[in-house]
Design a binder for this molecule. Structure first.
Ligand code: FMN
Length: 205
């Protein structure tokens, strides 16, 4: 079947593309509002984009024409934390996708525990085993809807000790969760290896 994107409305195009670009990692982003209240929300338009400097980005659409709280908070504080979504915290992640009132403490409502981050002021989520603390690099507005592309530099990464062996993260113990289309998610329980071919110029082992 062929889909011509110009013939689809925004909802149809979203549904199609988020079913084709799969599985997507989920940035579970924590920020602080102007009253110091924690905000948490998941974003699956998310990836890493460079190493020098180490940049990550996620894209945030408007909600009824208004910027979402995560973007408003990052514009103000220039800081955020990306927490990893795993099989054991995925239900709580989902709760934080709800459109809470700005002054509601989403971590508390989702039964999550904030822990002090190492270098940025927004807290990290204790129930998540990996915290990537980021400083804002830039926000680029794209599209007519529009979307905010939030680009952050990863300054500090904290990984639960039992997930690290000889300085490397034990992939088979992460249980990371990815987002598929619609209501579907996937667990990373069946990992396998492929030989690394000589495609990388840099000597990264
Ligand atoms: C798994 C998942 C992924 C999501 N990804 C995105 C995304 O990439 N961009 C976006 O704008 N909203 C995304 N959402 C919706 C936001 O999480 C939701 O609008 C949230 O309420 C925003 O919170 P905030 O207003 O506190 O920033 C996603 C929701 C879920 C459950």
């Amino acid at each position: 079947m062929d889909f011509e994107l110009s013939q689809l409305n925004a909802k149809e195009a979203y549904s199609l593309l988020t079913s084709c670009i799969v599985p997507r990692p989920i940035a579970w982003v924590t920020t602080l509002d102007e009253n110091g209240i924690f905000n948490a929300a998941p974003f699956s338009y998310f990836t890493g984009v460079s190493i020098e400097p180490p940049l990550t980005l996620f894209a945030v659409e408007r909600r009824q024409g208004e910027k979402k709280d995560t973007v408003i908070n990052i514009e103000r504080t220039k800081e955020f934390v990306v927490n990893l979504v795993t099989s054991s915290n995925v239900e709580q992640m989902n709760i934080t996708s709800k459109d809470f009132q700005v002054d509601q403490d989403e971590l508390k409502l989702a039964g999550l525990t904030p822990v002090r981050s190492k270098v940025v002021s927004p807290p990290s989520i204790k129930e998540s085993p990996i915290h990537m603390e980021c400083k804002l690099d830039q926000i680029i507005e794209i599209g007519s809807s529009p979307h905010s592309l939030v680009i952050g530099e990863v300054i500090q990464v904290t990984v639960d000790d039992d997930l690290v062996e000889e300085g490397k993260i034990k992939m088979e113990h992460l249980h990371a969760v990815g987002r598929m289309g619609g209501k579907w998610y996937t667990k990373t329980e069946q990992l396998f290896e492929l030989p690394r071919l000589d495609w990388r110029k840099a000597d990264i082992k």
